[in-house]
Ligand binder design. Structure first.
Ligand code: FPP
Length: 224
């Protein structure tokens, strides 16, 4: 049985779910937040140490302003309520991506990271304004500026995910089979699972089924 240390998730399908059910993409994002809370609880139950959630990509800025504002207001309320609970429950929050939001949201993100930084039961990595290609370009330019030797280890040390082990499994919901510029460096040997369910419908049974499937896979890492 494979140990499961790090799960990364592309939470896709909120918009379609909301449109179908309530004629509102934002209602889908609201419902998606309930699934976020669900997967956090399940991750703790299954002793997963790292949970990485793709919440907002560098490409998501192309969405209508009203949707972007709604997503950030959801995030703000989530952090206001949850960072204290994270602190109490020994959960560490880390942001992957460039913190280029409103001053208020930036400060809230920095504060939430700061107050939870010594926690070690579960680390939640929230990918926000995250783009994998940008992450790699930034890393390489920093290495170049410092005139360091470019090695795999060195690049890994300049990514947002420094000191975070690579994901063991990546799940994408929403019945779409693409990676959308997410963790392209880090998922070289990650097991990838696609779920047909839209994110708000993704439930504990779906998650457990994929975890059990992952645990039985023979991971070769190029060997035989
Ligand atoms: C992708 O679905 C989802 C997002 C871009 C946002 C993810 C946000 C949440 C799960 C809720 C907020 C989370 C936090 C942590 C505050 P989509 O909108 O692209 O869906 P579609 O493919 O059906 O349009």
């Amino acid at each position: 049985m494979n140990p499961l240390n790090h799960v990364a998730i592309i939470m896709d399908g909120n918009g379609r779910w909301g449109l179908k059910k309530y004629n509102s993409r934002n209602k889908g994002h609201r419902a998606g937040l309930d699934t976020v809370e669900k997967v956090i609880r399940i991750s703790i139950k299954h002793k997963i140490k790292y949970l990485t959630l793709y919440a907002f990509s560098t490409e998501n800025w192309r969405r209508p302003k009203t949707e972007i504002n709604y997503l950030f207001s959801l995030l703000e309320n989530f952090l206001k309520v949850k960072s204290k609970q994270f602190q109490k429950n020994n959960i560490k929050l880390k942001i992957l991506g460039e913190k280029k939001f409103s001053k208020k949201l930036n400060n809230l993100l920095i504060k939430s990271e700061k107050i939870t930084k010594n926690n070690d039961k579960l680390q939640i990595n929230l990918a926000l304004n995250y783009g994998s290609k940008k992450e790699i370009v930034n890393a390489v330019s920093k290495i170049k500026n410092k005139k360091l030797k470019i090695t795999e280890k060195c690049i890994a040390n300049y990514l947002y995910t420094k000191n975070i082990p690579d994901p063991d499994m990546l799940i994408r919901t929403g019945n779409t089979t693409r990676l959308s510029n997410f963790l392209l460096w880090q998922i070289s040997y990650t097991e990838i699972f696609f779920s047909k369910k839209l994110w708000p419908d993704f439930n504990e049974a779906d998650f457990i089924k994929l975890i059990n499937k992952f645990k039985k896979i023979k991971r070769n890492y190029g060997e035989v």
